[in-house]
Design a protein around this ligand. Structure first.
Ligand code: NAP
Length: 343
């Protein structure tokens, strides 16, 4: 198939996704499968514990081996897949970890983007159908925000090694686009969540703890700063935006956000209210060990460009998102403990 345009031959288009075991990788794979794509997902490691779940939940995904730290493995994986579209979602994505493992974060979340761009350049795709590339940029690049709300033109001021690595990734995508004419786009995504969110992230930590407290399996939830404000959307809505970016004739950068911001305290209050607990403060303890060395106080995005150019709209609002996550965690934790789900 090398060198032949799948699109022109009207064959099933092929997507190559890094970060397939993560939240967005799973949502994107489902979405692309629904659009008729053949989906390849890259997994790292010789015995990745998340592979079994991916094979069970997303049996249509063909897994290939590769690591963002290893350019030859990326080239081999891409040669084997001959993709039309590449989605680089793989990263060290947890801000707190990026402070303790800053070099690893820079290597995977920053230099990993450069390696992916090089692999795309080497494998290339057909002349009339060059590979299109999506980079998972982040609102954490805005950090100490210079203006509110943040748009594609807002200057970056990252406040963590993760944010700094993402700025490098973002800038190198712009550079490769301008230098080599690549169809390379970046989505500057504000926080997006859902039942597949890792338990280490604050939204899922809260909804899971609330479910366990309701079921009598846990006494409290220990958190850091309750005043930080974030623009939270639903991951299922955001992956559609990624795909839309690669369907445009011209590449570009797009903010995806809801345009609403909510504090962590509001999140906690709403999650406890979902299980009928009003005295939420009795179950919450703050511990300075969860504070970041440098905080990001307020993020709120302006997705006007994505709305007008891509026709993208988020569909799940904040209350519906919290409801969905709490309901999922109640089911999950009740099943694990062999308890009935409270009515
Ligand atoms: P996630 O759940 O943490 O998933 C991260 C993925 O990266 C996992 O599949 C992980 O694989 C993979 N990975 C880590 N190190 C790797 C390496 N050395 N080589 C190859 N893959 C590696 O993240 P997510 O929430 O789905 O986010 C997807 C992308 O969007 C990330 O780049 C993230 O930084 C970015 N982003 C996310 C948000 C958000 O709110 N979710 C907002 C803005 C941007 P293993 O399972 O093998 O570790």
């Amino acid at each position: 198939m090398a060198g032949v345009s799948r699109r022109l031959l009207c064959l099933m288009p092929t997507a190559f996704v890094t970060g397939i075991t993560g939240q967005d990788g799973q949502h994107l794979a489902e979405f692309l499968h629904g659009q008729g794509y053949h989906v390849f997902g890259m997994v790292k490691g010789q015995n990745n514990p998340r592979v079994e779940r991916i094979q069970a939940e997303l049996p249509f995904v063909e897994l290939v081996s590769g690591d963002l730290a290893d350019l030859p493995s990326l080239v081999s994986a891409m040669e084997a897949c001959q993709p039309d579209e590449v989605y680089n979602l793989g990263a060290i994505s947890f801000v707190a970890l990026s402070f303790s493992q800053a070099e690893l974060t820079a290597n995977i979340s920053g230099l990993g983007v450069l390696r992916m761009l090089e692999a795309v350049r080497m494998v290339g795709g057909a002349k009339d159908n060059p590979i299109r590339f999506y980079q998972a940029s982040s609102s954490e690049m805005f950090g100490q925000v210079r203006e509110t709300p943040q748009t594609e033109l807002t200057p970056f001021h990252p406040r963590s090694p993760y944010g700094c690595a993402k700025v490098f990734g973002h800038d190198i995508v712009v550079n490769y686009r301008e230098s080599y004419g690549m169809h390379a786009s970046s989505g500057i995504l504000f926080n997006h969540e859902g039942p597949r969110r890792g338990i280490e992230f604050v939204t899922r930590k809260v909804t899971n703890a609330v479910a366990r407290i309701k079921l009598g399996l846990q006494d409290e939830v220990v958190l850091g700063n309750l005043d930080s404000k974030r623009d939270w959307g639903y991951a299922g809505d955001y992956v559609k935006g990624m795909w839309l970016m690669l369907q445009q004739d011209q590449p570009g950068d797009y903010v995806l956000a809801t345009g609403e911001t909510h504090s962590i305290e509001e999140l906690v209050q709403r999650a406890f209210a979902e299980v009928g607990i009003d005295n939420w403060a009795d179950y919450v303890r703050q511990d300075p060990k969860f504070l970041r060395p440098a905080e990001v106080d307020l993020l709120i995005g302006d997705a006007t460009k994505a709305r007008t150019k891509l026709g993208w709209e988020p569909e799940v609002d904040f209350p519906a998102l919290v409801k969905m996550m709490v309901a999922h965690d109640l089911q999950l934790e009740a099943a694990k403990a062999g308890l009935p789900v409270p009515g």
